[in-house]
Write a protein that binds this ligand. Sequence first.
Ligand code: HEM
Length: 395
Amino acid sequence: MIDFNDSAFIDDPYPALKKLREVGAPFWHEETSMFLAAGFKDASAVLRNRTLGRIFDPKTPESKWESFNWLHSDSILDSEPPKHTRLRSLVMKAFNPKKIEGLRPEIERITASLLDEAAKKHEAQGHFDLIADFAEPLPVKVIAHLLGFPEKDEHLLRPWSQAIVKMYEVSPSIADQEAAQLASDDFAAYVHELMLQRQTNPGTDLVSELAAVREEGEKLNTHELIATCVLLLNAGHEASVNGFGNGMVAALENKTQMAKLNADPDGLALTAVDEFLRFDAPLHLFERTATEDTVIGGVTIKKGQKIASLLGSANRDSAMFENPDELDLSRHPNPHIGFGAGIHFCIGAPLARVEMSVSLPALIKRFGNLELAEKPLRRQSFVLRGYDKVLVRNS
Ligand code: HEM
């Protein structure tokens, strides 16, 4: 009925997702052996329902998946209360609104320096890559700064993260599986070493803070600390890169909206960011497992069965949004579930919003009238939806 790996579907999944919503209730998807919840009400209920848990399924054979399983079995994202509550409350201290606001000057500084480099490239070659030159390095640098990940090693983050997150796709290839395991080995070893350094020689960064918590009250063991730092480093940039790229391409393909943005980049920044995430979500699917028989949209999910919340589909539901297939950068209110819902709601949402609402107007003001220099290159993945390359130029 729906093939998540089909390139035509990946290029534009929205017509097929609309048909799924028309089914009207969660339904069984044989190929992935799980229910799919495509409408806003059901997709949102899946994320909020407490008898549907984020239960990590260790990959088998476990001997082959040692590091990957190790990193995931103790992370915030893949745990449930009471462990989830404890881990999340420790990390939330670092993500409180005051601390995030405090990062604004650093985000502005990084943005300005990336734009300087992009402008040089534009001058030399007549275009620059919105992804590689701007959308990607910005959140990587910010999360690296926050965690105290050394600048000289920042280039390691994105390849490790990309290799690991390919495992979140519906059916990753054997080569992708091997790359994910290798990246997990290297990433875990690196963060372990960093943590040991910070324990003897603490700084003001988040790794030092979390390492200190562990020493004081034994609240965070070594395994949890490493898994949490790796999760933050990955989650802290992956969706932000794609959310910005997807949104900018949608805007650049829409003359009216782009004109609005060019005319008032500061005034539109906040609503535009949320509309970017609603219109072409960077994260499309999250799974839950029923810990007891659970009814969603009139359908019983039996204990042990899985159900996926289709976020990007939910955000295009006409029952929730007026003209859902239209990009409207001033849309307000915009109750999308691009950052999830319920107890796993994105910890980094305030940080992502500050990053994007600083970088978007700065980009627009620096380049005036941006346009696509060639057809953007879509990455062939559905769950983490994004572009590999988006060449742009000043028109
Ligand atoms: C545009 C950017 C982002 C989007 C769209 C996004 C989206 C999401 C979503 C949908 C979830 C929930 C997953 C689920 O329910 O299973 C989530 C969780 C999470 N996100 Fe984000 N995220 C973004 C940026 C960030 C950033 C910058 C960080 C920074 C550290 C971050 C850290 C996390 C963490 C730690 C969780 C797990 C929370 C938990 O399980 O309690 N995210 N994110």
